[in-house]
Design a protein. Sequence first.
Length: 346
Amino acid sequence: MEVNETSPVPNGENACIKCSSPQYEEGYQAKLCRECRQELSRYPVKKSVVWAAIGVGILVIVSLYKFPSSFSAELSYERAVKLEKQHKYMSAEKELRKTLQLYPEYLAGSAHFMLAAFYNDRLLAADSALEHWAGVSSKDNEELISQVNDVLSARNYYFFEDSTFAVLYDSLGATPAAAKAALLEYTQAHPKDVLASFLLANAYYSEADYANTDKVCETLLKNAPDFHPVYSLLAASYREQKKYDEATGICNKLLRRNSESVAGNISLIKILLKQKQDQQALQRAQAIYALAPDDPQVLAALILVCHFNHRQKERDQLLATLKQSADTSGLAATLDIIQGKITYRD
């Protein structure tokens, strides 16, 4: 009998295992003819699935075209949250500003903005987010609300416990001795008033009474670690006593809380300059200047760094910028150092 190519072969040993055709393709583990191999290798997609996939693609494209701002805002928010976890609050605040410009009522965005601004020592900016949190309670945001409440508690450190003393202290601003005497009396009655204790420590520092400066600051740092100004004052006191390791350690404590802290970086820059580690000071000053080019404190620090690194042209350009700044409080001291009126280091 003549064998038909499509007829099954009884034993199936030398034939296609699907249709039993003897014309199977060699070189494969499974013996299949060309037609059966092609049929089995295909997994045809139903038309309904194809159209569904196309529909999803069209929706994505339309969404990106129609709502580019929401996509951008979400990306900025996600970047900000990641930066916050890395304690890079300056960069986080910039990303959150982008989000809130598009969605100012975004509750989580406002909360994270408040945290970032607080850690950047921008209290007015942090306060601007308060209105979004009035009376808010949500189980979905318990951790975030807890963080905001911690910031609100720390915010109280920047005010006198007795508001009437604030009026008295302001009236004594032009007479340091009288202001210090008032602070001494007030802190005896209000030993837990953080702001008053800090101002007293600052008065001691102005008199080069570093022992009392250290004593008050060390107590504050222990009892109110969220009050950031105390880190810089204690670091400065250690620095002037040439306790450079201790001063650097205090700066690093602040920088662990916020690696982009302007105050923390400037304090460390001044310590490096005192030790004549001018190149390291330059690298750090350039890094913080890139983050906050409009900050007058950063400008003043970079001017000093350029001066000690013999970069006179750059120094003078920055000086011209600082003179045009709205805040020139650091200009006089900076010029005194440059002109040799103040001996900054041995």
